[in-house]
Design a binder for this molecule. Sequence first.
Ligand code: ZN
Ligand code: ZN
Length: 399
Amino acid sequence: MEIKKIAENYKDEIIALRRKLHQYPELSYQESRTAGVIKEYLINLGLFVEDNVGSGGIVAVLEGVSEGPNIGIRADMDALPIGELNEVDYRSNISNSMHACGHDGHMAIVLGTAAIIKELQSSIKGKVTFIFQPAEEHLPQGGAKGMIEARPRYFKELSAILGIHIWPYFESGKIMISEKTMMAAGDVFCIKLLGSGGHGAAPHEATDLVGLTGALINSLNGLTRRMTDVFNPTVISIGQIEGGKGTNIIPSEITLRGTTRYLNPKLKEVLPKEIERVLRSLTEAYNAEYLFEYFYGYPALKNDEKITAYLRECAKEIIGEENILEFNKPSMASEDFAVYLENIPGCYFWLGTYNSSKEIIYPLHHPKFNIDEEILPIGSAIIARTTIELLDKLGGEFF
Ligand SMILES: [Zn+2]
Ligand SMILES: [Zn+2]
């Protein structure tokens, strides 16, 4: 039977799985209940399942009838510390925790893919490895690295790996994909400013850390525009500031935490040096001291050309050429899937979910983010079709 038709048969089951996972969102590295749902489903399908891989991840292997390549398919499992504002009967049961990045949909799509491929098992030459990783949202220590380090044998064997993200920035049911860099590298940093502290009435007797904080933020904002040319997109954002105890007390310590995003891998070395250069000169000017820590996170996400071409062809069969959008610009968000792509050729694609008629219009990480569930079996069908194609095509090359 045609894969699209099989996927359609699983539509209700895939949607039910998504809703079940949506109701119990778990934050990064706490996905135990979620892992339980995934494990149960995969065991019932008859797959070999190993749980607790890395810090709570799941790997399940579907064996074909003979030797061949091994294709990996990855989904992420974690939710976000956001209180859901959607009025739906499957809304989050956990206060201040929500699947606001669509990872519930990714898990349901990949479980659906497993069910589809299971039906085709008797014709499969090779293996399919299903990877459910914790903590995609946990920059800089995302779950992918821990999975690979805990069980390298699963990953060394892979001939290719596929990943998906549900994307609310274009229309439901369309996809966008590219062999160019699709998503930025992302690191994080922490700056501690240290001074004497003092009375608010006598700033001349204290180190003015609040003034320094303002100057530093302005300088860092300007730095990205002066450090690299405009064709090398770079972002430095401060997301957290902690400091101060009272209106009349000049603080002796202020902490700033932020993130950097960039497409050009060469900036990995340049950015921490430039941030520290600005920090050093400003703290000197304000007669303060500093501590600076910079943590490398996820690399930029770049797909393999050949695997991308296969996925594009397979997606055409499922949704038609008119629904494959021209890649217009990379996202400056970062994605842990890039860690797998450093060692394994693969392809990651965005599946649109914007649907104004259903009020599915909110961005990722928004308390009203939602998924147009019609797209879930489409995601499963595209991944299943591409996997079958890769088993066939890569089999001819490698064996
Ligand atoms: Zn996210
Ligand atoms: Zn996400």
